[in-house]
Design a protein around this ligand. Structure first.
Ligand SMILES: [Zn+2]
Length: 83
């Protein structure tokens, strides 16, 4: 009889351990701890529109990172830079 209670407690502890481990794994995938603030507003150098960092299209041109409102502006900027 006591053995059954012991097994039940063990299973409960195991359940909570797995649950917390899964939560930690999900947290790592969701990368909320990235130093870049996704809500920070950045300006598109082409159309001068402000877009949140998380939604912006980022492009590294000449060692510098630029943020654009979309693919079209990024392409336009690259053409301007590259001639
Ligand atoms: Zn734009």
């Amino acid at each position: 009889m006591y053995r059954i209670i012991f097994v039940l407690i063990l299973l409960t502890v195991l359940y909570f351990l797995i649950r917390s481990a899964l939560r930690e794994f999900k947290g790592r995938v969701g990368d909320d701890r990235v130093p870049i603030d996704k809500n920070q507003m950045v300006q598109d150098p082409v159309c001068r529109v402000f877009v949140p960092r998380g939604a912006a299209v980022t492009e590294v041109i000449g060692g510098q990172t630029y943020c654009f409102c979309g693919r079209a502006c990024a392409d336009k900027f690259q053409k301007q830079m590259g001639g």
